[in-house]
Design a protein around this ligand. Structure first.
Ligand SMILES: [Zn+2]
Length: 407
């Protein structure tokens, strides 16, 4: 039994019709008209399959295909359908359409399975409306309290609770996601990097999701006249920042696994004829291993002091966030690899540098992820593209793995 590529293609097209920026990529913000349009399309498809649909805590959607033992823990599959503003057609959608097609294939072929199979759509994964990523899965997992849903606001000060209620995705089941009731979860997703493409491997099996440390570094020097101040009498905060940025790049490059990025720099006063007196920069440091993540962060932090001292600058460092790395399930990784092998599909074990709803679920139960190549590594932009043949492979691996885990 195989999935049908024509249906995967149709689902991708149909879901992406719901888009608030048709001339610039795809924009489908949580609980908007477009979001609900896409949900309604998916609900119609689920109705044809005959799965039981429930709106769960936080507005997350769950469609359950009953098994022969409905007290057995469920095998969960799925992803998200919200996008960043002017994003692409595939982020979240790959996991959504492959999971939907797997549900169809199992149902129409009447394949017996013991465990219930849950197809889920998590709300607000990309944080485009409420500016906080993995919001739906964190609410479902009980990491965010009920009363806080009225305090989480979008840019127009509409609360999560209000937006959810207005959209009609009112929870029918407020229970907190219970790891004991989920045997395993698998999320297919685009890679969002160039590793698979550069090695011509069609499928990635994710072993770990990288941890992230985010820092904010403030560097203060002296603003002064750009013409009247000789080079040896300057305390230029931006020159110090430049050295810090290049040192971070060098230190993160040394161990082959860490990555460090300065994605945002604020320069004051920011005038073409004044020496910069103050710079605030962000540092985003990631690694698959917690010890290495802390080690590399410390090395970068320790390099900032000497740089600033040499240049007569003062500095302060604030830790903005810290997410530990998540190890995915060895058992699920093995099942995914075997399924791929049986179908003659070449795979690569890899680390996800981006976080996913799977990171949240992995704290509760066994989780695995399937990656498909992103053309030129592009994502979160209109150029985001994955060839249908890879999506079909991912769906077939998902199908085989779900049947293995639910028999
Ligand atoms: Zn995503």
């Amino acid at each position: 039994m195989k999935v049908r590529a024509d249906r995967l293609e149709k689902d991708i097209e149909e879901i992406n019709r719901f888009n608030s920026t048709p001339d610039h990529g795809i924009s489908r913000s949580t609980f908007t008209e477009e979001y609900i349009g896409a949900i309604n399309y998916i609900l119609k498809e689920i109705e044809k399959i005959g799965a039981d649909v429930r709106i769960m805590r936080g507005g997350n959607l769950r469609a359950r295909l009953k098994g022969t033992d409905n007290n057995a823990p469920a095998v969960m599959i799925g992803s998200h359908i919200d996008t960043v503003f002017k994003g692409g057609m595939f982020d979240g959608i790959v996991g959504t359409v492959t999971s939907l097609e797997v549900l169809r294939a199992i149902s129409e072929n009447k394949i017996p399975h013991k465990n219930p199979i849950d197809f889920v759509i998590f709300v607000e994964e990309d944080g485009s409306r409420f500016l906080s990523v993995l919001l739906g899965s964190r609410i479902w997992a009980g990491k965010i309290k009920d009363e806080d849903l009225s305090k989480i606001l979008d840019k127009d000060e509409i609360s999560y609770f209000e937006a959810m209620t207005k959209s009609g995705l009112v929870p029918q089941d407020e229970s907190i996601l219970d790891g004991k009731k989920i045997k395993a979860m698998i999320e297919p997703h685009i890679e969002q990097s160039r590793v698979l493409e550069s090695r011509s491997i069609p499928i990635g099996i994710v072993e770990a999701i990288a941890g992230i440390k985010q820092l904010e570094v403030t560097i203060e020097g002296v603003s002064n006249h750009a013409g009247a101040t000789p080079m040896n009498l300057r305390n230029d905060a931006l020159c110090g920042a430049a050295e810090i940025i290049l040192n971070s790049e060098k230190l993160a490059s040394q161990n082959g696994t860490s990555v460090a990025t300065v994605g945002h720099v604020e320069v004051s006063p920011g005038k073409n004829n004044i020496i910069p007196g103050k710079v605030i920069l962000t540092l985003d440091i990631r690694d698959r291993d917690d010890v290495t993540l802390n080690e590399i962060t410390n090395r970068i932090i320790n390099s900032i002091g000497p740089t600033c001292n040499n240049r007569g600058l003062i500095y302060s460092i604030k830790q903005v966030s810290y997410t530990k790395p998540v190890l995915l399930s060895k058992r699920v990784v093995e099942v995914l690899e075997n399924s791929a092998k049986k179908q003659g599909i070449n795979t690569l074990k890899m680390v996800s540098g981006a976080v996913h709803d799977s990171s949240v679920v992995a704290e509760l139960t066994n989780v695995g992820m399937i990656f498909v190549p992103s053309k030129d590594g592009r994502s979160h932009c209109p150029e985001e593209y994955t060839d249908l043949k890879y999506i079909e492979m991912a769906a077939n691996i998902l199908l085989e793995s779900v049947l293995e885990l639910s028999k």
